[in-house]
Design a binder for this molecule. Structure first.
Ligand SMILES: [Zn+2]
Length: 268
């Protein structure tokens, strides 16, 4: 089981960056919840915990303490940038090596693959609390600039937010080799066993004598044959089943005995 700790940046009394009618703390929570949902519904063997699931005020120490106490395998801190630039970038701790560097490479690539129209500001390093004080590999993502109108317009688009979240989720899944859940296969509606009768027949005659002759012959081959009169025809029947596969099995047997069977379906 892979334990992924997701930290929606800021919250409560700390709105984070604000601009163009957006607050960083709202966006980070929305994105984080979607990452959690995608991981949980689409992948096996993954546990997800969020540092906050609502507009709570949390210190940075509370966040890393929670991740460390839980024993997370990976920490992701989600942020929105500010300062007048444009694009996406992410950070790992200043001096950290593999596997954190590998996770950054994989996750960065998946996010950029989802948001190809966004400027790639690169894979960076920083001495941030969330990266330094967490005991497990950690990545902090800065998802566009809230104070740049073009970036803010994208951040207001639900379809864009979904792509950002999916990039994070797919990247984490790839980094930790999470297997995909089997797509729910819709089962065919169960056949009502009593609704249809499958009749195995080997001949139809206008003359009863001909039908009787075939019945006699079939009985000689150990079939439980009999003739039934249906709509002016005498039909030679070997059996009738509620279960189609039983009818098919008998028809196969009749075929091997040299007959040309057919299965007549009849609603009961
Ligand atoms: Zn932030």
């Amino acid at each position: 089981m892979v334990k992924v700790f997701i930290d929606p940046g800021h919250g409560g009394t700390d709105p984070g960056a604000v601009g163009n009618g957006l607050r960083e703390k709202d966006l980070t929570l929305t994105i984080s919840k979607r990452i959690e949902a995608i991981l949980k519904t689409e992948y096996n063997n993954v546990e997800v915990k969020l540092s906050r699931t609502n507009d709570a005020t949390l210190s940075l120490t509370q966040r890393t303490n929670a991740a460390n106490a839980w024993g997370a395998n990976f920490l992701l801190s989600v942020h929105i940038n500010a300062g007048g630039g444009t694009g996406y970038e992410d950070f790992i701790y200043t001096t950290v090596g593999a596997p954190t560097t590998t996770y950054q490479n994989v996750i960065h690539a998946e996010i950029m693959a989802q948001i190809v129209e966004v400027r790639d500001r690169g894979k960076k390093r920083a001495n941030y609390h969330m990266l330094r004080e967490s005991k497990m590999p950690a990545l902090l993502t800065e998802n566009l600039f809230i104070d740049t109108a073009a970036d803010a317009a994208k951040l207001k688009d639900a379809a864009f937010i979904e792509k950002v979240a999916r990039g994070h989720a797919v990247g984490i899944a790839k980094a930790f080799n999470l297997s995909k859940k089997q797509a729910a296969v819709s089962k065919p509606a169960p056949a009502n066993p009593s609704s249809t009768l499958y009749k195995v027949q080997i001949g139809a005659f206008s003359k009863k004598a001909n039908a009787d002759a075939l019945v006699k012959q079939a009985k000689g081959k150990k079939f439980d044959a009999f003739a039934v009169k249906v709509g002016g025809l005498y039909k030679v029947q070997l059996g009738a089943f509620s279960n189609e596969s039983n009818a098919k099995a008998l028809a196969e047997k009749a075929k091997k005995a040299g007959y040309t069977p057919y299965i007549a379906k009849e609603a009961k």
